[in-house]
Design a protein around this ligand. Structure first.
Ligand code: AHN
Ligand code: ZN
Length: 330
């Protein structure tokens, strides 16, 4: 008896709330869900592009694994219909070592004047200097997140651009030698800045004379579970309107938790030379943590930066957001 009363009451409530929502329809503004313009970004194929890079082993400049992975990336871009250009040079590093640079550029609609630049670094760090054990610190990292994730997302975007071409031109650049900055265990004090060597070389000598893009987006560490893309300092300084567009697009697509309305620190990264040499006002989508010692995820520059840390949901949030930006470009 009692349960019958409860059931009846619940039923009445349901009817009432349903009535009120129906009557509300005529008087209240109905919020239409956002209609995405972009094709569906496939996180599974992206995940495979990460696995394939990591399978070469650490992509440390000057090693056979690095050269082999470069060939793979070049062939991938070409297979997706991009016009591929490579830049090769050598630099003398802080320790006197000669290091190769191989930037890999894939251009879609190269004849178009209006261009968008998308980039990531494809090299991986030669030492796990954030490991606590000194032995382990000397080992190179897998770089599943730090390097491979951004490249993997951009390969999937390249695949989409082939299937559904855009009027606007897109350049996808895989920069080399981003991650050989001075190790935190370094004894000697090194002068100068040794991060971002590949992007600095390209920004000084772009593959096309007087190259300029409308805007640029850097993807760095976009694969780990629970990533938070705080609004990075140089991005807000050089390209605030692009930050706003990306963060609001992510929110509309339902990825607001990955793109919080919070400011992060200033990160020396590949977007800095691109901004400084005015090749494109550029932002950095990068996983930043306010509460960590390094400012990055706990796996950063450790041997834990491997595939176990990669989450398809994060790749999807970033990839679909960037894709939506491209396909809402007029
Ligand atoms: C600095 O720590 C100064 N820059 C980090 C840039 C970076 C390294 N991104 C990935 N690995
Ligand atoms: Zn790194």
């Amino acid at each position: 008896m009692f349960s019958l009363v409860v059931a009846m009451t619940a039923g009445m409530l349901l009817t009432m709330s349903c009535n009120s929502c129906q009557s509300g329809k005529s008087s209240m503004a109905v919020v239409e869900p956002y209609q995405p313009q972009s094709p569906v970004f496939n996180a599974d194929s992206t995940y495979r592009y990460l696995e394939e890079q990591v399978a070469f082993g650490p992509r440390v400049p000057g090693t056979a694994a690095h050269e082999a992975c470069g060939n793979y990336l070049s062939a991938k871009l070409a297979s997706f219909g991009a016009e591929v250009t490579e830049q090769r040079t050598e630099v003398t590093h802080y320790d006197g070592r000669r290091l190769p640079i191989r930037n890999i550029i894939g251009s879609f609609a190269p004849e178009q004047e209006k261009r968008i630049l998308l980039f990531a670094h494809w090299d991986s760090r030669p030492f796990a200097d954030e490991e606590s054990d000194p032995e382990r610190r000397q080992q190179p990292i897998s770089g599943a997140d730090d390097g491979a994730s951004g490249v993997g997302v951009l390969l999937e975007i390249a695949r989409q651009l082939q299937q559904k071409p855009l009027d606007v031109g897109v350049d996808i650049i895989f920069f080399d030698l981003e991650d050989w900055g001075q190790p935190s265990f370094g004894q000697q004090q090194v002068t100068g800045d040794w991060w971002c060597m590949g992007s600095r070389y390209w920004a000084e000598q772009p593959h096309v004379e007087h190259y300029r893009a409308e805007y640029g987006i850097l993807l760095d560490m976009v694969g780990s579970a629970g990533a938070t893309f705080l609004k990075e300092g140089y991005s807000l300084q050089y390209a605030p309107a692009i930050v706003e567009r990306v963060w609001s697009t992510a929110r509309k697509l339902g990825y607001g938790s990955y793109f919080p309305q919070q400011q992060g620190g200033y990160i020396t990264d590949d977007h800095l030379p691109v901004n400084e040499l005015e090749r494109a006002p550029s932002i950095n989508i990068i996983n930043l943590k306010r509460d960590s010692r390094t400012g990055f995820g706990p796996h950063w520059h450790t041997l834990k930066d491997d595939m176990r840390n990669i989450d398809r949901n994060t790749l999807k949030a970033v990839g679909q957001t960037v894709l939506e930006l491209l396909y809402t470009e007029n």
